[in-house]
Structures are given as structure tokens and as C-alpha cells.
Design a protein around this ligand. Structure first.
Ligand code: GLN
Length: 452
């Protein structure tokens, strides 16, 4: 049914870069056979899933939305892919994204943007916009994404679905093509909180193949989603995330969510996190710095594209021609910014300074979590904008992640759940719930209460 739905709508939505029809059907039959043979299978066995095309998959291409990886076939599965395969989930295909996960709209995909199913002229968010569009358009019940600065929560918010960024290190980065290694976090998309928790649980947990993986039990996310009880909880509204730049319809739905939580027995108070206002500039030094280093591996020798290798040119010339042709403008902008920020003489002023801001944000969170159990805010200041509208204005694009980035810089857990439609445009609004490191279950508990 999902393959039929993809065939029916994906020429309009363009959520997928690769649809794995044959292997999906074969996998589904295999699950049936395993079940018939009496094998105990998990709760998601046989359920289809779509993977962001930045997770490696041994049986289908992985492009990262970039020409530089076009035609590359990885030799192995990412841990997220492998664990879901073992749990019997059926892979429908690979979803579109901003090139190397850099962006908030999928405008930066080398293969054209995805469209928001609520209004096809608008973006489905990004960078995991193919994954959010696929779930919102009923092409897949579940999908995976990665969140480095908001790339799961923001697309979930603007397509009216649930998206979760687990605690950093709670889900494995092995086989996830690296953008900013100290921030990158795999997470789930689903149409409701419990489904997201089930997917979260299915791929999370310690992985010896990822050196930053946390060797602790997965927080009880499924139980928390079932509980959906906020009575007695202390909930902090982040004071800095409102006012100028926020769409009135977004703030109105956010206020209603606060009132709802109060009526369900939570105590809602205002909390100030003054350093959060520096999160965006700090992120746009740290993430490009790490990206400039990580993307050095695309050297025309090891993966995908190779341009100008006609026997007359040096390796350096072939590398330069390949990178010039293979990377899009946003990726080049980030590599230049990151290389500059890390260069000798500037390191302390930029990268070093940004790392200090990161510590200040951690302290703000620590102080806040002494007073409250979770923090809440709108997920993103506006509803879905039009395709192309911010494509030539990187600063406007970067603002989409204003509220999501602090939790990335500190590794904390955070979820986006739908909280109604904005009056101005009838488009979905997301509520963000942030929790301390390994407090992922709190996000699900509050999210499920709001949903119910
Ligand atoms: N939009 C942010 C960026 O462009 C975040 C991306 C992400 O989380 N992968 O870097």
C-alpha cells in the first residue's frame, strides 16, 4: 500500500531519491516467513520505514543529496539501518535532504527540493525534509532523520508530525555520513508520539562502533509515551524564544499548549536562558568548522564523482575540479567558513570563542533543569515558508533553527510535537519539549500528553 501511495503522489511531493520496490517486497515476504517459522519478532516487524539518504545502506545508493556521491554504493549498513533491518522493518527507500544535511528546506538538495504535503508550494523543512514529507504524505508510516541543528524537529514541526532528537550519543552515528560530528544525532519521525518512541527504541542504545555512543540503558521512551501524564511536572517556558520574529499564529498555538499543560496538572513557569541568544552564531562557527574537516574526505579518489582525470592532470587538479563540480553553493560556503574559523591566528577568536559559548549554554540548561523538569518553546519561529523564498538568503534560512540549536550544542534531548494550525495560513505549528541528557522519556511523556 505504501509503495502504491509513493507511486501515486511522489512525483508531486518528491520525498524520495530512491524507491526500493523489489527489495521492500522481498523483505516483507521474509518477515512473513520468519513469523510463520515461529520467530519472536519485535513490535515493528513488517512496518515500512524510509531512511534519510545520509545513512549508509548496503543494498542501495547513498547520495547525501550531493552530486559528489552520485552513483556511490556503500559497502555496509549504518547501525541505525542494520538494527531496523534486524528488527524486521521494511526499507521503502531513501529520502531527499539538503546537501550533506546543510539547510532547513531541502532547497539545497542537488536533486531538487521536496514539497510540503500541506501546500506543495512550500518547503517540508530540512535538512530531513524528504523524511518529514514522506510521513506527512502517508508515503511511509515511519522515517529516520538526523538532527545537527534542528533537522528533525524543524521539518517535523512544519509538516505537522512528530520528530525527536535523542540525547547525543543515545543513537549511533556509525554509518551516518558525518556533517558536524559533535552535534549529529539520528532520530525518528512518525505521525504520533508512541510510534516515534517505538522507532526510537528500536535503533537506539550503546554501539561499540561509535566512540561517542553512551553505554547506558535507553531511557524508557515507550513507557513514557504510553503514560502521557504531566500531573505534578514542572515545565519552563524559555523567555528568550518569543516576541519579535515569531509569527503571531505560532505564538498563539504555543500559548494554548501552555494552558493545556497547566490544565493537565503541570506547573508552567517562565525561565530565562540568556545565553541561548548566542547559540545560533556559535553553531554557525562550530558546525562549519567540523564540516570543513569531515568533508575533506571527498577527494575524488575514494568516493563517487571524479572530474578531469584524463591522464594530463595532477591529483590536486583533479581534486579541485571534482570538488568544484560536486559540491553545491551552501556546502562550499560552509567549507570556506569552517576553514577560515579553524585557521591559525583565528582559531581562538572564532572556534575557541564559540566553544566557550557552548559552555555558557550548558550552564543555562543546568540552572533551568534545577527549577523545572522540561523546557518548552515553539519549535520554529514561523510555519513552512515558500520553496526558494530563503534559498538566496542564508541568514534568513539559518533563523529557522533559532529554537532548536541550543539542545544540539549541549547534547540534550528534544522533541517536536504538533500543536495545531496557525490562523494566518492554516499550516502546522510545532511545540518543542527539551529535556536533560538521557531525559528523553520526559520529552515523550509531555509530548504524548499534549497530543492526547
Ligand atoms: N539548518 C541547520 C544547518 O543548516 C541544521 C541542519 C541539521 O540539523 N542537519 O546547519
Amino acid at each position: 500500500a505504501h509503495l502504491d501511495r509513493i507511486a501515486e503522489v511522489d512525483d508531486k511531493v518528491h520525498a524520495f531519491l530512491h524507491v526500493a520496490t523489489e527489495s521492500a517486497l522481498a523483505q516483507a515476504r521474509d518477515v512473513d516467513a520468519r513469523r510463520a517459522a515461529g520467530e519472536e519478532l519485535g513490535p515493528l516487524a513488517g512496518v515500512p520505514v524510509a531512511h534519510k539518504d545520509i545513512f549508509t545502506t548496503a543494498d542501495m545508493p547513498t547520495t547525501c543529496g550531493s552530486k559528489i556521491l552520485e552513483g556511490w554504493q556503500p559497502p555496509y549498513d549504518a547501525t541505525v539501518t542494520a538494527r531496523l533491518r534486524a528488527a524486521g522493518l521494511v526499507i521503502l527507500g531513501k529520502t531527499n535532504l539538503d546537501e550533506f544535511a546543510m539547510g532547513s528546506s531541502t532547497d539545497n538538495s542537488a536533486f531538487g527540493p521536496s514539497h510540503n504535503p500541506w501546500d506543495l508550494t512550500r518547503v517540508p523543512g530540512g535538512s530531513s525534509g524528504g523524511s518529514s514529507a514522506a510521513v506527512a504524505a502517508f508515503e511511509a508510516p515511519l522515517s529516520t532523520g538526523t538532527d545537527t541543528g534542528g533537522s528533525i524537529r524543524q521539518p517535523a514541526a512544519v509538516t505537522g508530525i512528530v520528530g525527536m532528537k535523542p540525547t547525543y550519543g543515545g543513537s549511533s552515528r556509525y554509518g551516518l555520513v558525518a556533517f558536524a560530528s559533535s552535534l549529529d544525532t539520528p532520530g525518528p519521525f512518525a505521525r504520533n508520539v508512541l510510534d516515534a518512541a517505538l522507532l526510537h527504541e528500536a535503533f537506539s542504545g550503546h554501539d561499540p562502533l561509535d566512540s561517542t555512543s553512551i553505554d547506558q540503558p535507553v531511557p524508557p521512551v515507550v513507557e513514557a509515551a504510553r503514560q502521557a501524564d504531566v500531573s505534578g511536572m514542572r515545565i519552563g517556558v524559555v523567555k528568550e524564544f518569543s516576541g519579535e520574529g515569531y509569527q503571531p499564529g505560532v505564538l498563539a498555538r504555543f500559548q494554548e499548549a501552555c494552558d493545556l499543560l497547566e490544565s493537565l496538572g503541570a506547573k508552567v513557569v517562565e525561565v530565562s536562558c540568556p545565553s541561548f541568544t548566542y547559540a545560533l552564531p556559535a553553531y554557525y562557527l562550530i558546525a562549519p568548522s567540523e564540516a570543513s574537516s569531515n568533508l575533506a574526505r571527498f577527494d575524488a579518489m575514494r568516493y563517487g564523482l571524479r572530474v578531469g582525470d584524463d591522464g594530463t592532470r595532477s591529483a590536486e587538479e583533479v581534486m579541485a575540479l571534482t570538488r568544484a563540480a560536486g559540491f553545491g553553493p551552501e556546502v562550499k560556503r560552509r567549507i570556506m567558513l569552517g576553514t577560515y574559523a579553524l585557521s591559525s591566528g583565528y582559531y581562538d577568536a572564532y572556534y575557541g570563542q564559540a566553544q566557550k559559548v557552548r559552555t555558557l549554554i550548558t550552564r543555562d540548561f543546568e540552572a533551568a533543569y534545577e527549577q523545572v523538569d522540561v523546557l518548552i518553546s515553539p519549535t520554529t519561529p514561523t510555519t513552512a515558508f515558500r520553496i526558494g523564498e530563503r534559498a538566496d538568503d542564508p541568514m534568513a534560512m539559518y533563523l529557522a533553527d533559532l529554537c532548536t540549536i541550543p539542545s544540539n550544542l549541549t547534547g540534550n534531548a528534544a522533541i517536536s510535537v504538533p500543536c495545531g494550525l496557525a490562523d494566518e495560513d492554516d499550516l502546522p505549528v510545532g511545540l518543542q519539549i527539551m529535556a536533560p541528557v538521557l531525559g528523553d522519556d520526559r520529552c515523550y511523556r509531555v509530548g504524548a500528553a499534549v497530543e492526547a
